[in-house]
Design a protein around this ligand. Structure first.
Ligand SMILES: NC(=O)c1ccc[n+]([C@@H]2O[C@H](COP(=O)([O-])OP(=O)(O)OC[C@H]3O[C@@H](n4cnc5c(N)ncnc54)[C@H](O)[C@@H]3O)[C@@H](O)[C@H]2O)c1
Length: 329
Protein backbone atom coordinates (compact mmCIF):
# COMPACT_ATOMS: atom_id res chain seq x y z
CA UNK A 1 0.00 0.00 0.00
CA UNK A 2 1.28 3.45 -0.91
CA UNK A 3 0.25 5.71 1.95
CA UNK A 4 0.21 9.45 2.62
CA UNK A 5 0.07 11.21 5.98
CA UNK A 6 -1.59 14.64 6.18
CA UNK A 7 -0.75 16.46 9.44
CA UNK A 8 2.73 15.81 10.82
CA UNK A 9 2.17 16.55 14.52
CA UNK A 10 2.31 14.39 17.63
CA UNK A 11 0.44 11.32 16.31
CA UNK A 12 2.02 11.25 12.83
CA UNK A 13 5.10 9.19 13.74
CA UNK A 14 2.88 6.55 15.37
CA UNK A 15 1.13 6.23 11.99
CA UNK A 16 4.49 6.12 10.20
CA UNK A 17 5.74 3.21 12.34
CA UNK A 18 2.41 1.39 12.15
CA UNK A 19 2.21 1.74 8.35
CA UNK A 20 5.62 0.05 8.10
CA UNK A 21 4.48 -2.76 10.40
CA UNK A 22 1.36 -3.19 8.22
CA UNK A 23 3.60 -3.73 5.16
CA UNK A 24 2.82 -0.31 3.67
CA UNK A 25 5.14 2.48 2.56
CA UNK A 26 4.73 6.20 3.23
CA UNK A 27 5.06 7.79 -0.21
CA UNK A 28 3.81 11.32 0.56
CA UNK A 29 3.62 13.60 3.60
CA UNK A 30 1.93 16.95 4.10
CA UNK A 31 1.85 19.76 6.64
CA UNK A 32 1.07 23.46 6.27
CA UNK A 33 4.15 24.06 8.40
CA UNK A 34 7.36 23.28 6.44
CA UNK A 35 9.29 22.92 9.68
CA UNK A 36 7.01 19.98 10.56
CA UNK A 37 7.93 18.28 7.28
CA UNK A 38 11.64 18.72 8.02
CA UNK A 39 11.21 17.52 11.62
CA UNK A 40 9.23 14.47 10.47
CA UNK A 41 11.95 13.55 7.94
CA UNK A 42 14.63 13.99 10.58
CA UNK A 43 12.79 11.82 13.09
CA UNK A 44 11.75 8.99 10.76
CA UNK A 45 14.38 9.09 7.98
CA UNK A 46 11.47 9.25 5.50
CA UNK A 47 12.24 10.33 1.93
CA UNK A 48 8.54 10.65 1.00
CA UNK A 49 7.46 13.52 -1.27
CA UNK A 50 6.60 16.57 0.86
CA UNK A 51 3.58 18.86 0.34
CA UNK A 52 2.33 21.97 2.10
CA UNK A 53 -0.99 21.88 0.17
CA UNK A 54 -3.07 18.78 0.98
CA UNK A 55 -5.29 19.22 -2.10
CA UNK A 56 -2.20 18.95 -4.31
CA UNK A 57 -1.17 15.74 -2.53
CA UNK A 58 -4.60 14.22 -3.25
CA UNK A 59 -3.95 14.62 -6.99
CA UNK A 60 -1.26 11.90 -6.82
CA UNK A 61 -3.23 8.97 -8.24
CA UNK A 62 -0.56 6.45 -7.26
CA UNK A 63 -1.51 6.83 -3.58
CA UNK A 64 -3.72 4.06 -2.19
CA UNK A 65 -4.57 5.37 1.26
CA UNK A 66 -4.62 8.79 2.93
CA UNK A 67 -4.08 9.06 6.70
CA UNK A 68 -5.80 12.20 8.02
CA UNK A 69 -3.89 13.27 11.18
CA UNK A 70 -4.82 16.96 11.31
CA UNK A 71 -6.77 19.00 13.91
CA UNK A 72 -10.39 17.93 14.38
CA UNK A 73 -12.10 20.74 12.45
CA UNK A 74 -10.33 19.70 9.22
CA UNK A 75 -11.28 16.01 9.27
CA UNK A 76 -14.65 16.13 7.47
CA UNK A 77 -13.41 18.33 4.62
CA UNK A 78 -10.23 16.27 4.09
CA UNK A 79 -11.97 12.89 4.34
CA UNK A 80 -14.64 13.89 1.81
CA UNK A 81 -12.10 15.33 -0.66
CA UNK A 82 -9.79 12.30 -0.35
CA UNK A 83 -12.66 9.84 -0.96
CA UNK A 84 -13.87 11.90 -3.92
CA UNK A 85 -10.33 11.83 -5.34
CA UNK A 86 -10.58 8.00 -5.31
CA UNK A 87 -8.37 7.18 -2.30
CA UNK A 88 -9.05 4.96 0.68
CA UNK A 89 -9.00 7.02 3.88
CA UNK A 90 -7.98 6.33 7.46
CA UNK A 91 -9.09 9.24 9.65
CA UNK A 92 -7.78 9.94 13.14
CA UNK A 93 -10.51 10.31 15.72
CA UNK A 94 -12.97 11.99 15.84
CA UNK A 95 -14.44 11.39 12.39
CA UNK A 96 -15.84 14.93 12.51
CA UNK A 97 -17.09 17.45 15.07
CA UNK A 98 -20.37 18.75 13.61
CA UNK A 99 -23.70 16.93 13.25
CA UNK A 100 -24.26 18.38 9.76
CA UNK A 101 -20.96 16.88 8.51
CA UNK A 102 -21.99 13.30 9.37
CA UNK A 103 -24.39 12.73 6.42
CA UNK A 104 -21.91 14.44 4.05
CA UNK A 105 -19.06 12.14 5.11
CA UNK A 106 -21.24 9.00 4.99
CA UNK A 107 -22.53 9.92 1.53
CA UNK A 108 -18.97 10.50 0.24
CA UNK A 109 -17.98 7.09 1.65
CA UNK A 110 -20.96 5.37 -0.02
CA UNK A 111 -20.58 7.14 -3.37
CA UNK A 112 -16.82 6.55 -3.58
CA UNK A 113 -16.94 2.80 -3.01
CA UNK A 114 -13.61 3.27 -1.16
CA UNK A 115 -12.79 2.18 2.38
CA UNK A 116 -13.14 4.73 5.17
CA UNK A 117 -11.74 3.75 8.57
CA UNK A 118 -11.59 5.66 11.87
CA UNK A 119 -8.77 5.29 14.41
CA UNK A 120 -10.51 3.78 17.43
CA UNK A 121 -7.46 1.62 18.05
CA UNK A 122 -8.32 0.65 21.64
CA UNK A 123 -10.79 -1.87 20.25
CA UNK A 124 -7.72 -3.87 19.22
CA UNK A 125 -6.25 -4.17 22.73
CA UNK A 126 -6.29 -7.79 23.79
CA UNK A 127 -8.26 -7.12 26.98
CA UNK A 128 -10.92 -5.09 25.20
CA UNK A 129 -11.27 -7.79 22.54
CA UNK A 130 -11.58 -10.47 25.25
CA UNK A 131 -14.28 -8.38 27.01
CA UNK A 132 -16.12 -7.96 23.70
CA UNK A 133 -16.10 -11.74 23.19
CA UNK A 134 -17.34 -12.16 26.78
CA UNK A 135 -20.35 -9.84 26.33
CA UNK A 136 -21.25 -11.46 23.02
CA UNK A 137 -21.77 -14.70 24.97
CA UNK A 138 -23.13 -13.05 28.16
CA UNK A 139 -24.58 -9.59 27.33
CA UNK A 140 -23.82 -6.60 29.55
CA UNK A 141 -26.75 -5.40 31.65
CA UNK A 142 -24.96 -2.32 32.97
CA UNK A 143 -21.72 -0.50 32.34
CA UNK A 144 -19.42 2.21 33.63
CA UNK A 145 -16.56 4.00 31.93
CA UNK A 146 -14.14 6.48 33.43
CA UNK A 147 -11.22 8.61 32.25
CA UNK A 148 -9.42 10.66 34.92
CA UNK A 149 -6.42 12.43 33.44
CA UNK A 150 -4.28 15.52 33.95
CA UNK A 151 -4.19 18.05 31.10
CA UNK A 152 -3.03 21.52 32.15
CA UNK A 153 -2.65 24.85 30.40
CA UNK A 154 0.69 23.71 28.88
CA UNK A 155 -1.05 20.91 26.99
CA UNK A 156 -3.57 23.33 25.49
CA UNK A 157 -0.81 25.74 24.52
CA UNK A 158 0.74 22.96 22.36
CA UNK A 159 -1.71 23.70 19.52
CA UNK A 160 -3.88 26.77 18.83
CA UNK A 161 -6.72 24.47 17.70
CA UNK A 162 -6.99 22.82 21.12
CA UNK A 163 -9.52 23.99 23.72
CA UNK A 164 -11.86 25.75 21.28
CA UNK A 165 -15.36 24.73 20.21
CA UNK A 166 -14.87 25.65 16.54
CA UNK A 167 -11.56 23.82 16.06
CA UNK A 168 -11.37 21.01 18.64
CA UNK A 169 -15.15 20.61 18.78
CA UNK A 170 -15.17 20.03 22.53
CA UNK A 171 -12.77 19.07 25.30
CA UNK A 172 -12.25 15.90 27.32
CA UNK A 173 -15.16 14.07 25.64
CA UNK A 174 -14.38 14.66 21.96
CA UNK A 175 -10.64 14.29 22.46
CA UNK A 176 -9.49 12.07 25.33
CA UNK A 177 -12.59 10.16 26.54
CA UNK A 178 -14.00 9.43 23.07
CA UNK A 179 -12.01 6.16 22.97
CA UNK A 180 -13.54 4.91 26.22
CA UNK A 181 -17.07 5.95 25.25
CA UNK A 182 -16.53 4.15 21.93
CA UNK A 183 -15.64 0.98 23.87
CA UNK A 184 -18.86 1.20 25.93
CA UNK A 185 -20.94 1.63 22.75
CA UNK A 186 -19.10 -1.29 21.14
CA UNK A 187 -19.66 -3.50 24.21
CA UNK A 188 -23.28 -2.51 24.94
CA UNK A 189 -24.85 -1.32 21.66
CA UNK A 190 -26.85 1.76 20.72
CA UNK A 191 -28.40 3.70 23.63
CA UNK A 192 -31.64 5.57 23.11
CA UNK A 193 -31.01 8.62 25.32
CA UNK A 194 -28.37 10.42 27.34
CA UNK A 195 -28.56 12.78 30.29
CA UNK A 196 -25.27 14.65 30.71
CA UNK A 197 -23.55 17.59 32.34
CA UNK A 198 -20.34 19.21 31.25
CA UNK A 199 -18.18 21.78 33.06
CA UNK A 200 -14.88 23.59 32.91
CA UNK A 201 -13.52 22.89 36.41
CA UNK A 202 -9.89 23.98 36.32
CA UNK A 203 -9.10 25.93 33.15
CA UNK A 204 -11.69 28.68 32.87
CA UNK A 205 -10.13 31.57 31.02
CA UNK A 206 -7.70 29.13 29.34
CA UNK A 207 -10.06 26.89 27.36
CA UNK A 208 -13.65 27.36 26.16
CA UNK A 209 -14.51 23.67 26.16
CA UNK A 210 -15.33 21.19 28.95
CA UNK A 211 -12.65 19.55 31.06
CA UNK A 212 -15.20 17.41 32.95
CA UNK A 213 -18.29 15.47 31.89
CA UNK A 214 -20.69 12.98 33.45
CA UNK A 215 -23.46 11.08 31.71
CA UNK A 216 -26.12 8.42 32.04
CA UNK A 217 -26.86 6.56 28.79
CA UNK A 218 -30.13 4.58 28.73
CA UNK A 219 -31.16 1.79 26.35
CA UNK A 220 -34.69 1.10 25.10
CA UNK A 221 -34.68 -2.24 26.96
CA UNK A 222 -33.95 -0.70 30.37
CA UNK A 223 -30.17 -1.29 30.44
CA UNK A 224 -27.88 1.68 31.11
CA UNK A 225 -24.30 2.77 31.50
CA UNK A 226 -22.73 5.68 33.34
CA UNK A 227 -19.71 7.64 32.27
CA UNK A 228 -17.35 10.07 33.98
CA UNK A 229 -14.42 11.87 32.38
CA UNK A 230 -12.15 14.68 33.48
CA UNK A 231 -8.82 16.19 32.52
CA UNK A 232 -8.86 18.27 35.71
CA UNK A 233 -7.16 15.55 37.74
CA UNK A 234 -3.79 16.19 39.41
CA UNK A 235 -2.46 12.94 37.87
CA UNK A 236 -3.30 10.44 35.10
CA UNK A 237 -5.15 7.42 36.49
CA UNK A 238 -5.84 4.20 34.55
CA UNK A 239 -8.83 4.36 32.21
CA UNK A 240 -11.46 1.88 33.37
CA UNK A 241 -14.31 0.13 31.59
CA UNK A 242 -16.66 -2.02 33.66
CA UNK A 243 -19.56 -4.22 32.68
CA UNK A 244 -22.02 -6.23 34.74
CA UNK A 245 -23.26 -9.43 33.10
CA UNK A 246 -25.13 -12.52 34.30
CA UNK A 247 -21.73 -14.03 35.14
CA UNK A 248 -20.61 -11.12 37.33
CA UNK A 249 -18.52 -8.00 37.00
CA UNK A 250 -15.67 -7.44 34.57
CA UNK A 251 -13.24 -4.56 34.87
CA UNK A 252 -10.72 -3.58 32.21
CA UNK A 253 -8.11 -1.21 33.65
CA UNK A 254 -5.73 0.84 31.47
CA UNK A 255 -6.93 -1.03 28.37
CA UNK A 256 -4.85 -3.91 29.61
CA UNK A 257 -5.69 -5.86 32.74
CA UNK A 258 -8.99 -7.71 33.02
CA UNK A 259 -10.43 -8.55 36.40
CA UNK A 260 -13.46 -10.83 36.49
CA UNK A 261 -15.25 -11.02 39.84
CA UNK A 262 -12.11 -9.81 41.57
CA UNK A 263 -9.67 -12.23 39.89
CA UNK A 264 -7.16 -11.16 37.25
CA UNK A 265 -7.74 -13.02 33.99
CA UNK A 266 -4.52 -13.97 32.17
CA UNK A 267 -4.39 -13.44 28.40
CA UNK A 268 -4.95 -16.41 26.08
CA UNK A 269 -1.19 -16.93 26.04
CA UNK A 270 -1.29 -17.20 29.84
CA UNK A 271 0.56 -13.91 30.22
CA UNK A 272 -0.45 -11.18 32.68
CA UNK A 273 0.73 -7.74 31.57
CA UNK A 274 0.24 -4.48 33.38
CA UNK A 275 0.19 -0.82 32.50
CA UNK A 276 0.63 -0.87 28.72
CA UNK A 277 0.13 2.56 27.26
CA UNK A 278 -3.12 3.60 25.62
CA UNK A 279 -1.90 4.34 22.13
CA UNK A 280 1.05 2.38 20.86
CA UNK A 281 0.36 -1.09 19.66
CA UNK A 282 -3.30 -0.51 18.80
CA UNK A 283 -2.49 1.67 15.80
CA UNK A 284 -0.37 -1.05 14.16
CA UNK A 285 -3.08 -3.65 14.67
CA UNK A 286 -5.83 -1.34 13.40
CA UNK A 287 -3.85 -0.19 10.35
CA UNK A 288 -2.87 -3.79 9.49
CA UNK A 289 -6.55 -4.81 9.67
CA UNK A 290 -7.59 -1.75 7.62
CA UNK A 291 -5.05 -2.47 4.86
CA UNK A 292 -5.94 -6.17 4.81
CA UNK A 293 -9.64 -5.35 4.52
CA UNK A 294 -8.86 -3.23 1.44
CA UNK A 295 -6.68 -5.94 -0.11
CA UNK A 296 -9.29 -8.63 0.56
CA UNK A 297 -12.21 -6.38 -0.49
CA UNK A 298 -14.02 -7.03 2.78
CA UNK A 299 -15.72 -4.40 4.97
CA UNK A 300 -13.69 -2.71 7.72
CA UNK A 301 -15.55 -2.79 11.04
CA UNK A 302 -14.78 0.77 12.24
CA UNK A 303 -16.17 2.51 9.16
CA UNK A 304 -17.88 5.89 8.74
CA UNK A 305 -21.05 4.73 10.48
CA UNK A 306 -19.14 3.45 13.53
CA UNK A 307 -16.97 6.58 13.66
CA UNK A 308 -20.12 8.72 13.50
CA UNK A 309 -21.81 6.78 16.32
CA UNK A 310 -19.51 8.00 19.08
CA UNK A 311 -19.48 11.55 17.64
CA UNK A 312 -23.30 11.59 17.72
CA UNK A 313 -23.29 10.33 21.33
CA UNK A 314 -20.87 13.10 22.37
CA UNK A 315 -22.80 15.82 20.52
CA UNK A 316 -25.96 14.63 22.34
CA UNK A 317 -24.06 14.95 25.65
CA UNK A 318 -23.15 18.53 24.75
CA UNK A 319 -26.78 19.37 23.89
CA UNK A 320 -28.21 17.69 26.98
CA UNK A 321 -27.41 20.25 29.73
CA UNK A 322 -28.82 17.86 32.31
CA UNK A 323 -31.97 17.00 30.35
CA UNK A 324 -32.72 13.66 28.74
CA UNK A 325 -31.62 13.93 25.10
CA UNK A 326 -32.35 11.47 22.28
CA UNK A 327 -29.35 10.09 20.42
CA UNK A 328 -29.55 10.48 16.66
CA UNK A 329 -28.63 7.41 14.58
N1 LIG B 1 -5.91 7.76 18.25
C1 LIG B 1 -5.25 8.35 19.25
O1 LIG B 1 -5.07 7.78 20.33
C2 LIG B 1 -4.75 9.75 19.06
C3 LIG B 1 -3.72 10.26 19.87
C4 LIG B 1 -3.29 11.57 19.62
C5 LIG B 1 -3.90 12.35 18.64
N2 LIG B 1 -4.92 11.81 17.92
C6 LIG B 1 -5.63 12.60 16.89
O2 LIG B 1 -4.73 12.91 15.83
C7 LIG B 1 -5.06 14.18 15.29
C8 LIG B 1 -3.85 15.09 15.35
O3 LIG B 1 -3.46 15.24 16.69
P1 LIG B 1 -1.98 15.68 17.10
O4 LIG B 1 -1.90 15.53 18.58
O5 LIG B 1 -0.98 15.00 16.23
O6 LIG B 1 -2.07 17.25 16.74
P2 LIG B 1 -0.88 18.27 16.44
O7 LIG B 1 -1.41 19.62 16.67
O8 LIG B 1 0.36 17.82 17.15
O9 LIG B 1 -0.62 18.05 14.87
C9 LIG B 1 -1.50 18.48 13.87
C10 LIG B 1 -0.67 18.84 12.65
O10 LIG B 1 -1.56 19.16 11.56
C11 LIG B 1 -0.97 20.22 10.84
N3 LIG B 1 -1.98 20.93 10.05
C12 LIG B 1 -2.87 21.87 10.45
N4 LIG B 1 -3.62 22.29 9.42
C13 LIG B 1 -3.19 21.61 8.32
C14 LIG B 1 -3.57 21.61 6.96
N5 LIG B 1 -4.55 22.41 6.49
N6 LIG B 1 -2.90 20.80 6.10
C15 LIG B 1 -1.90 20.00 6.55
N7 LIG B 1 -1.50 19.94 7.85
C16 LIG B 1 -2.14 20.74 8.72
C17 LIG B 1 -0.35 21.09 11.93
O11 LIG B 1 0.64 21.99 11.39
C18 LIG B 1 0.25 20.04 12.85
O12 LIG B 1 1.57 19.71 12.53
C19 LIG B 1 -6.25 14.69 16.10
O13 LIG B 1 -7.44 14.33 15.45
C20 LIG B 1 -6.14 13.94 17.41
O14 LIG B 1 -7.36 13.80 18.11
C21 LIG B 1 -5.34 10.53 18.10
Amino acid sequence: MRAAIIGLGAISTTHYGAIGRAGGAVAAICDVDEAKIAAFREKTGSTAAGYTDWRELLRDESLDVIHVCTPHYLHAEMVIAALQAGHHVLCEKPLCIREEDIPRVLEAERASGRHLGVCHQNRYNESNMATHALVEADPAKAGFGTVVWDRGAGYYASGAWRGRWDTEGGGVMINQALHTLDLLLWLMGQPETVQADIANRHLSGVIEVEDTASALFRFADGRAFTFYATTASAADFPVQVMVATQGGQTIVAANDTITINGKIRPSDSGEIRYGKDVWGDGHAKLITDFYTSIQESRPFAIDGREGARVVRAILAMYRSQGREEKLSV
